[in-house]
Design a protein around this ligand. Structure first.
Ligand code: PBG
Length: 327
């Protein structure tokens, strides 16, 4: 009988051995908390399909941001839900509109201690729920939308956002936004490109979170789940247009894309663990089918292992708290 001399199990014998030899570990500064603020709320409003996540009031958002700072979280990504919507998403440009005001309020709360990021997209602001304006045929008009994104970006930078997150998947959006920021003197406002963003069924709970008016889907502008090579093209274009970071979204069903992008990107890579990914784990845990904390930790670690330098996750603060405990 011959026994193995190579025994990979040696490095698994004790928690200390596993900890010392771990190839990847999570850290709070690489976590980014997506957060929703809804205009006109007097109390935080729970989102039924995302247990534990709420639509914030100004006060509760400021508290969540302060808590994120306390826990060492890296950034916060703000999404606004306006009281009034129209076909062109006009409320997105109002300096006192829900999102621009939230940026100002959060900056006043956290200063530079948290990277304050904001969503540059029209879907929360349009009465048809699309990420851009529609032409006469109901097709999302790319170039007409870009003009609004440019103005929206400047409004968000004026409000004090450190970094903008254009999530609408219009062609050329990074270049147009970069140019508008430069022209307005916001040379240090960074842009994280939702470079490879796929049309996904897993955005379902987010649509409830932002009270989306969308009927139909976003398949004429978001990427097709069948495509891998195309993600590289999207990233190359965004890099050429001046993206400071690039993102892959969703994360868990797209880890191959994330690994591809991580291997070629010359800027840091983010991944967005989206609403449906959050809700699936919460639902299974609520049923007692999986160990909640272990499953959450494993899911985010898997995204990091695939190549993400940063992870947007609705568990950012909770996870950061756990990381503090286990230090
Ligand atoms: C669009 C946007 C969406 C998400 C982030 N930005 C929705 C969409 O593309 O339909 C989804 C995030 C999530 O599901 O957690 N502004």
């Amino acid at each position: 009988m011959s026994f193995p001399t190579h025994r990979p199990r040696r490095l698994r014998t004790t928690p200390a051995m596993r900890r010392m030899t771990a190839e990847n570990r999570l850290a709070a500064p690489e976590l980014i908390l997506p957060a929703f603020i809804r205009e006109g709320l007097t109390e935080p409003n729970p989102i039924a399909s995302m247990p534990g996540v709420v639509q914030h009031t100004t006060d509760s958002l400021k508290r969540a941001a302060a808590e994120a700072v306390e826990l060492g979280v890296g950034g916060i990504m703000l999404f606004g839900i306006p009281a009034e919507r129209d076909a062109r998403g006009t409320a997105s440009l109002d300096p006192d509109g829900v999102l621009n005001k939230a940026i100002r309020d959060v900056r006043a709360e956290v200063g530079d201690d948290l990277v304050v990021m904001s969503d540059v997209c029209l879907d929360e602001f349009t009465d048809h729920g699309h990420c851009g304006v529609l032409d006469a045929d109901g097709y999302v008009d790319n170039d007409a939308t870009l003009e609004i994104y440019a103005a929206m970006a400047v409004a968000q930078a004026d409000a004090g956002a450190h970094m903008l997150g254009p999530s609408g998947m219009m062609d050329g959006q990074i270049g147009v936004i970069r140019q508008a920021l430069e022209d307005a003197g916001h040379v240090n406002t960074a842009v994280v490109a939702y470079a490879a963003k796929y049309a996904s069924a897993f955005y379902g709970p987010f649509r409830e979170a932002v009270d989306s008016q969308l009927k139909g889907d976003r398949r004429t502008y978001q990427m097709d789940a069948a495509n891998r090579r195309e993600a590289i093209l999207e990233v190359e274009l965004d890099l050429a247009e001046g993206a400071d970071l690039v993102m892959v979204k969703p994360a868990m069903s797209y880890l191959d894309i994330l690994a591809d992008v991580a291997s070629m990107s010359s800027v840091p890579v983010a991944a967005y663990q989206i609403s449906g990914e959050y809700s699936m784990i919460e639902a299974a845990a609520a049923n007692g089918w999986i160990d909640r904390r272990a499953a959450i930790t494993e899911s985010v670690l898997g995204i990091k292992r695939a190549g993400a330098n940063m992870v947007l996750t609705y568990w950012a603060s909770e996870l950061a708290g756990w990381l503090k405990e286990t230090r």
